[in-house]
Design a protein around this ligand. Structure first.
Ligand code: ZN
Length: 159
């Protein structure tokens, strides 16, 4: 896209990103999802639709559909591989850590718990592309927020 700077990363990281971009994990539709969020990044033209099945504060399953740049699509693909059967609090902690890395925190960039996502750390030098990398995480956090606010509404009847 015009106006979006090209991101140069080390070849190892570039390969990992392209591998996820070409063979995205958990891409598709989830029939029994409990929440669905559609996010756009107009600056780059990225789109992600994320579906999750959340039960008892645990992400039981998740799928995404999307289009856009390799950074946005690889990031959400990597994210989905790390969230199945994980408690919501772990998912939020992962999003927080990844966001810290994308904002240039050197400690977060060394955090091995980020696994393949560390391949995206070089993107932090390109502020306009940071939104690409965070799009899937924004969708995931929004889905959790919606799930929790639905539960909260349910609680009102009991109180
Ligand atoms: Zn993008």
């Amino acid at each position: 896209m015009a106006g979006v700077p090209e991101v140069k990363l080390s070849s190892l990281y570039q390969q990992l990103i392209l591998e996820h971009y070409k063979k995205p994990r958990n891409r598709g539709t989830l029939e029994d999802s409990t929440v669905e969020v559609h996010m756009r990044n107009p600056a780059c033209g990225d789109e992600i639709k994320l579906q999750m099945r959340i039960e008892d504060d645990v992400i039981r399953d998740l799928r995404f559909l999307g289009e856009g740049c390799s950074i946005s699509q690889a990031s959400v693909s990597m994210m989905t591989t790390m969230l199945k059967d994980r408690p919501l609090d772990d998912a939020i902690a992962l999003a927080r850590r990844f966001t810290e890395m994308m904002h240039g925190d050197p400690e977060a960039a060394k955090d091995r718990s980020l696994k393949d996502l560390r391949a995206l750390q070089g993107v932090s030098k390109f502020p306009i592309r940071v939104k690409c990398a965070l799009l899937g995480f924004d969708a995931m956090q929004e889905a959790i927020r919606q799930t929790r606010s639905d539960e909260h509404l349910g609680d009102v009847d009991e109180g």
